[in-house]
Design a protein around this ligand. Structure first.
Ligand code: SAH
Ligand code: SF4
Length: 395
């Protein structure tokens, strides 16, 4: 690589992709949005600070160390950021503490409700005017929040609405975690049909590629899973990190030793087809991705989810199912779980959802080959809240 190229890559204008050096040249490139620019950093939030930084900040406000623990209890334990709720705090310090430690990072713009009030999609505005979305889905035995980790996405998958936006910027841990806190609070307050409940599952399947923003995503994962007052206490086993197949990111995650569920968006059983559907495949091909996914299983004994959007006549035929089964079985039994999902067609896309009979045949072939596979539901489709439809258009 020329020194010029290297300079460009490490200049502050280049987004932190987390994809290893060389990420902005060669077969794969980050697709940047028109408004991609150096935008400054979001305000630093309590969750972005280390314990020492929190204590130092408290000291600046004339607050002793134990106040930091009280704030952590309010935030992680009660999902509270309002000064009025800090009744254990000296009245004269409440407002200041709230505004310094809990700046408003995400502001609700619109909320769309579907599925009889059990699916809620929220459009959020961030400090710099950019937008992201999250989707809360309540089921009889669990409540799942689908969160965003980047503004837009630079991976360029042609069937995905977020991919059409390009990447604007990475989100901070605070911006990621605030989506979780607000949803947990909504559940607690009974704002979702079905009465008060508990947010139990988190999926990084909203906007963005989590492995492109590794550091903030990992910080968020740790703070979602730690018990209060270090985190929200949502078990790591109930957190899913979904990746387009950024192999170094999968390998790094493997080494963390956190029992999160890994989902890999495969969508095609051969390089020939995947090159077309997932541009990132030119950088990390199906063999590299499946090897890394299987190593994740070996290290964690957590079954890997293989995400597979069924596209009519493209990747949903018997031959595709047979090849997928063969490639998964090559590594052994029971290490992967396939999640076919009918494509949610996005406007202007040449691809459309599979025929029901092709979906069924696809599943039957996998089952006959001994592979567990369940069709994923498409909650919130009528409010563009389903997988791959998040585009954060201001309405
Ligand atoms: N960037 C990550 C996570 C966000 S996308 C990833 O790609 O895995 C979450 C899931 O939605 C991925 O499995 C993605 O492939 C899928 N997806 C994207 N567009 C879709 C569409 N139009 N229909 C169905 N699934 C889609
Ligand atoms: Fe990005 Fe995932 Fe959409 Fe691909 S499918 S463009 S990686 S959000």
């Amino acid at each position: 690589m020329s020194s010029e190229a290297k300079k460009v890559m490490t200049s502050p204008e280049t987004p932190e992709t987390g994809i290893t050096e060389g990420g902005t040249e060669g077969a794969f490139r980050d697709v940047l949005s028109k408004d991609h620019a150096r935008r400054g950093k979001p305000p630093v939030h309590f969750v972005d600070m280390s314990e020492d930084e929190r204590i130092a900040k408290a000291k600046e406000l004339g607050l002793p160390k134990f106040r930091v623990k009280q704030l952590a209890n309010h935030y992680y334990g009660h999902f509270d950021v309002n000064a009025a709720a800090f009744t254990d705090f000296p009245a004269s310090k409440r407002d200041e503490a709230a505004s310094v430690f809990f700046p408003e990072l995400i502001t609700e713009v619109t909320r769309q409700v579907a599925d009889k009030g059990t699916t809620i999609k929220t459009l959020w505005r961030l400090f710099d005017g950019s937008h992201i979305e999250s989707v809360l889905m309540r089921y009889p035995t669990r409540s799942t929040l689908c969160i965003s980790s980047q503004v837009g996405c630079g991976m360029g998958c042609p069937f995905c609405a977020t991919g059409q936006l390009g990447l604007t910027r990475n989100m901070s841990a605070g911006e990621i975690l605030e989506q979780v806190r607000v949803a947990a609070r909504m559940m607690q307050d009974g704002e979702v049909a079905g009465g008060p409940g508990r947010l139990s599952n988190i999926v990084f399947m909203g906007m963005g590629e989590p492995m492109g923003n590794y550091r903030s995503v990992l910080s968020a994962v740790r703070q979602i899973s730690a018990l209060p007052p270090q985190g929200f206490g949502i078990s790591a086993r109930n957190i899913t990190v979904s990746t387009v197949g950024v192999v170094p990111g999968i390998r790094k995650l493997t080494e963390e030793g956190i029992p999160v569920r890994l989902a890999v968006s495969l969508h095609a059983p051969s390089d020939e087809l995947r090159d077309e559907l997932v541009p990132m495949n030119k950088r990390f091909n199906t063999t590299a991705v499946l090897d890394a996914a299987h190593d994740y299983w070996l290290a964690t004994k957590r079954r890997v989810s293989i995400e597979y959007a069924l596209m009519r006549g493209i990747n949903d035929q018997a031959e595709h199912a047979r090849l997928l089964a063969k490639r998964l079985n090559h590594y052994g039994d029971d290490w992967a779980h396939v999640n076919p999902i009918p494509l949610n067609p996005i406007e202007g896309s040449k691809w459309t959802a599979s025929k029901p009979e092709d979906e069924k045949r696809f599943l039957d072939i996998l089952h006959a080959a001994g592979i567990t596979a369940t069709l994923r539901d498409t909650r919130g489709q009528d409010i563009d809240g389903a997988c791959g439809q998040l585009a954060a258009k201001e309405r």
